[in-house]
Design a binder for this molecule. Structure first.
Ligand code: FAD
Length: 344
């Protein structure tokens, strides 16, 4: 077996996802984490920006912590398509040899990350919630290796936490769920070294051809940006009863979200689901109303600053993570709460 020369792989890279020539929030979150990792390793942070006419986005990446930006700009890359984007990112890896590459666990990143890792013959840890630099003793090692990326993710339906390393291949690749890592405070006017790179895109019959793009007409609410979330579970009882939560959210200037049971019942769209297979949120205040507190739900909201639970079962596990708890019927308590807030 050919052993990789690991020494030649340097630096922490992130895939700077953009859609419609706007940087996605996940890219800025990855830059925040990449800066911490790079500081521990004594190296720098490179953002890989792929698209068409995207050079105008470089400064934003610099302000959020990119020391260098590799720009792959080509008309072939106007919309995300698996094949040309895989070719672009895999070529960047082969050319610039990053030690670490972070990709967002978005719909795009979940498609792109595994294909790129297979193309460059390395491993990928999906859906990480914690990333840190540490030591790792691989099979056959006498001493632990320093400076390894330790990638932690929930496993077995959230029932255990697994920490994974990639000792023998590079780059060490991870996808990271949106909303988990913290952005850095932007530094206005910060500049990055810009490297333009184009591996060449020959028109290829095998590329998917996009004939038309039809944007979703539903009004999507970004629950990950909300400072106050009023989240409802199966205990709310029906789609109609969610009107009570809408009223509370309106009185507080917040947004409604929900558990998976609510989505499964067809009461709310999947966009609003919090949890392991939904979104990870960190609002200032999270109301959990008629939500039992299953581990898969808690995984998506436990980092909230203040958690307020309303549940008729005093033994509901949600009270284990709540800062404040109200035991009782949510359908009676929520309207009273809304009234009291409006009266203030
Ligand atoms: P329930 O567990 O049915 O709880 C309802 C709660 O409401 C109960 O505690 C009850 O006491 C209370 N209640 C009932 N009536 C009232 C009332 N009138 N007033 C006050 N309280 C009342 N779940 C998620 O939420 N997000 C995920 O991303 C997610 N991912 C999953 C991934 C996997 C692989 C698996 C296996 C499961 C996942 N789940 C997820 C499902 C999760 O295990 C739970 O089934 C789900 O969270 C339960 O939703 P719930 O709390 O709304 O409903």
């Amino acid at each position: 077996m050919n052993r990789m020369n690991l020494e030649q792989y340097k630096g922490v890279f992130i895939y700077a996802q953009q859609v419609d020539n706007k940087i996605d929030a996940i890219a800025l979150e990855l830059l925040g984490k990449a800066n911490d990792l790079a500081a521990d390793l004594g190296t720098d942070v490179t953002a890989v920006l792929i698209g068409s006419d995207v050079k105008g986005l470089v400064d934003e990446l610099a302000e959020y912590g990119a020391d260098k930006v590799i720009v792959v700009d080509d008309p072939e890359l106007k919309e995300y398509r698996t094949e040309p984007y895989t070719h672009a990112l895999a070529s960047v890896i082969n050319e610039y040899k990053p030690d670490i590459l972070l990709v967002g666990a978005t719909a795009i990143g979940r498609d792109l990350g595994p294909r790129v890792s297979a193309r460059v013959a390395t491993g990928l840890t999906a859906d990480c919630t914690v990333l840190e630099i540490g030591e790792f003793k691989a099979r056959g090692d006498k001493e632990p290796r320093q400076g390894q990326l330790l990638m932690t993710r929930p496993a077995f339906g959230g029932n255990t936490i697994a920490t994974i390393a990639c000792p023998n291949h590079r780059p060490q690749m991870a996808t990271v769920r949106p909303g988990v890592m913290q952005k850095k405070e932007p530094v206005a006017g910060a500049k990055a070294e810009v490297i333009e790179y184009n591996p060449g895109f020959t028109p290829n019959d095998k590329y998917v051809e996009i004939l038309d793009i039809v944007k979703s007409v539903t009004e999507t609410v970004d629950i990950q940006a909300a400072k106050i979330l009023v989240s409802g579970g199966r205990g709310v009882g029906s789609a109609e009863n969610f009107a009570l939560l809408d009223d509370l959210a309106e009185a507080l200037g917040g947004t409604v979200s929900c558990s998976r049971a609510v989505v499964d019942n067809g009461w709310k769209p999947k966009d609003l689901q919090v949890g392991q297979t939904g979104k990870t949120v960190r609002p200032n205040v999270y109301f959990a109303i008629g939500i039992s507190g299953a581990i898969q739900h808690v995984a998506g909201m436990e980092e909230s600053d203040i958690i307020i639970a309303i549940n008729k079962d005093p033994d509901a596990p949600i009270f284990d993570v709540a800062d404040y708890g109200i035991v009782g019927d949510a359908l009676k308590i929520v309207p009273k709460l809304t009234e009291a807030i409006k009266a203030q």
